[in-house]
Write a protein that binds this ligand. Structure first.
Ligand code: NAI
Ligand SMILES: N[C@@H](CC=O)C(=O)O
Length: 353
């Protein structure tokens, strides 16, 4: 019997199911086809409407096509059964959706012994009760892989947890936590309409499925909450002051209507840009948490000496002041959005289980 045949029948160490085959999910499927993922068996995959499960393994590159042809409706129980039937000792649900309903199941899966690796921030960055449920469930042994939820895998949460293990504490936090908003404001100079840049950012896979999640500040607030909570702040989602860049009239329409009327963003943002320019400043969407736990995310005029004025591309910047990094902050900076790096963060979390 050759090595390949042995692999096909013997249980893998790690079996995974993937929820979400959009921009990030597809990038992960590509990585799962590489040698780096040789020890991971993909036993199921799903999009919002269809799924396919096969305990002896799916070929990652065929998944999207198979889902298009497949008739199975959505039922997480069948995906979890495929994990159980694979015989793997390490069973993991990878959430590459933006679905709050799926995020709401993370604690339940952890409590049942499945590891969860997620790019979906809706639970950890949502209501405080959800965060608490997550903490209680992960205390039972299964691991919550959350590297992709902040900075698209930049080593922010891992660094913070390491500092805390050493007895250090976060005092303040400031920076640019959105890859798409960073990309937009790093290049917006008034020469092209803001809405055109936004559509480019969407095509490049930097925005959320509905770009209003970025423009409203909601996605930035989620990341701030995830960091703050990992640092020990019991911060409620209603305790973050959020400045939305979405005009009132576009807040309650569906995504397609928003995209049709996206030009409504242009005039107000052009005016903000001109006002900043007249003072020799630039616009940056900043997140801030001060020592008293006051949190705000919003558009700020910064001058050329501000570290955020010197970012490029989708760069995120996290400046952490702690009891031991207090004279100058510990700064973590680098690309903070994009399918490939986000997928790599997911793969990295699966491999470290
Ligand atoms: N694009 C980026 O740079 C980054 C994205 N993320 C997160 O990754 C997640 C996915 O983002 P994208 O791939 O850009 O979105 P997308 O809209 O391209 O893909 C979402 C996928 O989830 C599927 N889906 C929705 N509900 C589902 C359900 N109940 N069950 C199974 N599948 C379901 C959709 O059918 C689609 O395949 C989001 O939570 C986002 O915040 C995190 C870090 C960076
Ligand atoms: N839409 C998000 C993607 C990563 O979380 C962003 O722009 O940062």
């Amino acid at each position: 019997m050759n090595a390949l045949a042995t692999d096909a029948v013997s249980p893998p160490r790690t079996a995974a199911v993937l929820l979400g085959t959009g921009v990030v999910g597809r990038a992960l499927l590509a990585l799962l086809s590489t040698g780096a993922a040789r020890d991971i068996r993909l036993v199921g995959a799903a999009n919002s409407k269809r799924q396919h499960a096969q305990p002896d393994g799916l070929t990652p590159v065929d998944v999207v096509q198979r889902l298009a042809a497949h008739r199975d409706g959505r039922d997480n129980a069948a995906l979890l059964a495929a994990l159980d039937d694979s015989g793997a000792s390490c069973k993991v649900v990878v959430d590459a959706t933006a679905c709050a309903k799926e995020a709401g199941r993370h604690a339940e899966w952890l409590a049942a012994g499945y590891h969860v690796v997620t790019a979906n921030k809706a639970l950890a960055g949502g209501q405080l009760s959800g965060w608490r449920a997550l903490q209680a469930a992960s205390a039972r042994g299964a691991v919550y892989g959350d590297a992709a939820t902040v900075g698209a895998g930049l080593p922010v949460l891992s660094t913070l947890r390491r500092l805390r293990r050493c007895g250090d504490s976060l005092l303040t936090l400031e920076g640019v936590f959105s890859g798409s908003l960073s990309w937009l404001f790093n290049q917006y100079d008034g020469s092209r309409p803001f809405s055109e840049l936004l559509l480019d950012a969407r095509r490049l896979g930097f925005t959320e499925p509905d770009p209003r999640s970025d423009l409203s500040g909601e996605d930035v607030a989620r990341k701030l909450l995830i960091i703050a909570r990992n640092a020990g702040f019991a911060l409620g989602s209603d305790e973050v002051e959020i400045e939305s860049l979405v005009p009132e009239a576009l807040r309650d329409v569906d995504t397609a209507t928003f995209l049709d009327r996206v030009k409504a963003l242009d005039a107000p943002l052009h005016a903000r840009h001109e006002a900043a320019r007249a003072k020799g400043k630039v616009l940056r969407y900043l997140a801030r948490l001060n020592q008293r736990g006051r949190a705000r995310v919003g558009l700020v005029e910064v001058d050329a000496s501000h570290p955020a004025s010197r970012l490029s591309g989708t760069d995120n910047q996290f400046a952490l002041t702690t009891t031991r990094y207090h004279a100058t902050p510990l700064v973590i900076q680098g690309p903070g959005a994009g399918p490939e790096i986000t997928a790599q963060a997911l793969l990295g979390d699966v491999l470290s289980l």
